[in-house]
Design a protein around this ligand. Sequence first.
Ligand SMILES: C[S@@+](CC[C@H](N)C(=O)[O-])C[C@H]1O[C@@H](n2cnc3c(N)ncnc32)[C@H](O)[C@@H]1O
Length: 241
Amino acid sequence: MVEPRTFRDEPVSFVRRSGRMSDAQERAFEELGPHYLLDVPRDIAWTSVHPEARLDLADEYGRDADLYVEIGSGQGHAIVAAASARPDDDFLAVEVFRAGLARTMLDADREGARNIRVVEANAPEVLSSYLPESAAAEVWIFFPDPWHKKKHTKRRLVRQGFGDTAARALRDGGLLRLATDWEDYALQMREVLDADPLFERAFDGEWADRFDGRVMTAFERKGIAKGRDIRDLVYRRRSRP
Ligand SMILES: C[S@@+](CC[C@H](N)C(=O)[O-])C[C@H]1O[C@@H](n2cnc3c(N)ncnc32)[C@H](O)[C@@H]1O
């Protein structure tokens, strides 16, 4: 699948996988999409968000509750577990991987979690315009694609400038939680966010403790099996002046 344009002419942090969806996954989009899937006005690329599109949270969730956003939610294990354990909060899964979104909707439906929505879109566009400013209590990014080859590191999601994008969507005092098994990326995340005046560290020592709302996924298991250290980070959005 060819994406005709990149967001603000910068490289995106994903490669679209064009694999065919199973019948069950297609059905998830048809049957569960009307409740769970946000209908995003697009710009040019399929995963884009029209720059003037704004999400009306009260209208979409039918209430006013704290919003937790997961970027690159994969199969949705963490967000579905959180949404079913915390019915008084609202959750938004941001992914470009259609099969993962189908899995997320199927699992949310099975768990009876109605307080979750999914959006098939490039995350920086969701954070920088589609979500209302200060909408999120927390933004989670667990095991983002590491883009470990030197020539690809410019594609990493958490790179210079990302802090400002995330800070726009976070409310004052809101938390940005990250985890990775890729040491070099962990160091880059910490460097980028330490340098961002809109954030302060919300952990002592070198790294944060493992976030206990983070469910063990295949990505973490693979990292551990390869003997890598899993690094957690958590930053607090400073108050707006
Ligand atoms: C390595 S997987 C990790 C998935 C999940 N967080 C976990 O721990 O199992 C990274 C995910 O981020 C998604 N992703 C990468 N860049 C993205 C972007 N710009 N917007 C939305 N999703 C993105 C990919 O499609 C992929 O599913």
